[in-house]
Design a protein around this ligand. Sequence first.
Ligand code: ZN
Length: 672
Amino acid sequence: MKKVIFTLAAFAFMTTACTNKQQTTGIHLENLDTTAVAQNDFYQYACGGWMANNPLTPEYSRFGSFDKLGLNNLEQVNGLIQDLAAKTHQEGSVAQKIGDMYNLAMDTARRDQEGIEPVKKTLDEIEQINSREELSEALGKAMDYSLWAMYVDADAMNSSMNIMNEYQAGFSLGEKEYYLDTDEQTTKIREAYVAYVEKMFGLFGFDNAAERAQTVLRMETRLAKAAYSNVELRDPIRNYNKMSLDELQALVPQVDWKVYFAALGVELDSLSIGQIPHLQEAGKMLADESLDDLKTLFSWQVIEGASSYLTTEIFMTSFDFYGKVLSGREEPSPLWKRAVGIVNGTLGEAVGQMYVQKYFPEENKARMLALVKNLQKSLGIRIENLEWMSRETKDKALEKLNAMTIKIGYPDEWRDYSKLDVNPEDTYYANLQRAAKFEQDYSLSYLGKPVDKKKWYMTPQTVNAYYNPSSNEICFPAGILQYPFFDMSADDAFNYGAIGVVIGHEMTHGFDDQGCQFDKDGNMVNWWTEEDKAAFDARTKVMEEAFNRIEVAPGVHANGAFTLGENIADHGGLQVSYLAFCLNEEAKAEKDRLQERDGFTPAQRFFLAYANVWAGNIRPEEILVRTKGDPHSLGRWRVNGALPQINAWYEAWNVTPESPMYVAPNERVSIW
Ligand SMILES: [Zn+2]
């Protein structure tokens, strides 16, 4: 399932104008590496101390200040869950469901004893498919295997209504490059993948495991070849193909779509197909691959989907590939973290409700809202002053900015979990199957209905934020409103540099290369004059090329086209928040405005706070994983790639042409 929102990561307020002497700078001096030269390597200077003080432990492939806050939230949520898990509760209560789901997740001894029994029924059902004619119905009913995904979301051309959307799927490694690239590293990963598939088929009692592994690779490669790349997937027009059911039947005749959707349990007469070439290829495969090979691929998908929820041996076999080979991790996360992750994933809003009651101070909401308003004003001023944009387009942009919905902390209405049955008599796997079905039913229940504008796409305990283009909304869950993003005791320089830039980042997503194709109501409607759009494209090209030049590992470059939206958002976030900060500072007396604290001017502290959000350590393997699959630039480059494009950073840190980070003023990115 793929819901397209634009996040801060693959994871204000302001205090009034007068300086409160009680406030700290929020800058943790131990995070700095003052042996480094700020103007030569700002990331090392601002974050080197943090990196030395927080070395990677065996379970992590990347650990940054972002993850550190995430871990803190996970520990808090764990405490809440443990309290429930230790007691008995009324059957059917949310407390019972949370407690039992957690206990099921923790019980590895039981899983080791049950072996592969919990998944046998699903595998047997696949075995019982006897003819090609049965495939349409089987795929419609299947929860755990498919060659494509279906999900309900707002219609991109009519954003107040939900429709069915199709999305490419069916290849386990996710990114097509893993199947097609021929460099040494990718070839090694592919070989390890085949060995992993073979071992897993053996563990699940299949014959001809080696042969089956080759079949899986061959078929997944076929799907991957037809799939869009991550860059192609960023084009909203190309990935929206609304058609009638009859048109779909003509486009992909190998599936009986009426039978398929009836088996899925929905009625529809039109839908949007995401990636036409991939779906056509999937249709062809259903006709020209042998039934045995198709069943092998489907069985593999079931095995993969179940691998974390069965025996320790199966779990570790999966970890050896995904954790070790792919990401360079040395050991899996401790069991309690995975268990909390499962509860967060299945009963997230119920947990979130408890979380905000205990850990989210209500006054944060009002302060954050005031900061968001300041940022909104500041982006408005910047739009007004753009010298490359016509009045006509400016008016539309301002209209969109002012129409943005702002969500802070937690939803107004909580999700109802009464229909989710968590039963400790059943296996862990069976309970997770039911939870998945509960999710699917929830999603499908929106089909053909108006979009629920109150719905949240992240839980309150999440350390992240998002912009949703189809509803033109920005959302900041309670989980992110803490240090290093937000510090109630710290002064403006810190908070504008940290959470202020995050807010500006999300707002700018409404105006990045994708967001700019949606209007104030979230419809994919062009509101640009041709000239203005050409000027915008030329300016974003400068950003794309700047990141293409960055070498993230020896011989490996960042993908400027893939990370373009996020880089525009970081750039806009910095510009907009810095202006908001300056407007706030101007109200202060000259001596307050320039006052050094902890040895830094307010402007310098703004950039230190920004950089500290992205402090982190990462393994070489994970650098490659993220460069292929994460639309966000790596932490180091969100600092050292972004700041050289910001004039104010040069002034604050007196960066001269001698600096290796220096970019000449006329070569710097200038968009929003
Ligand atoms: Zn983002």
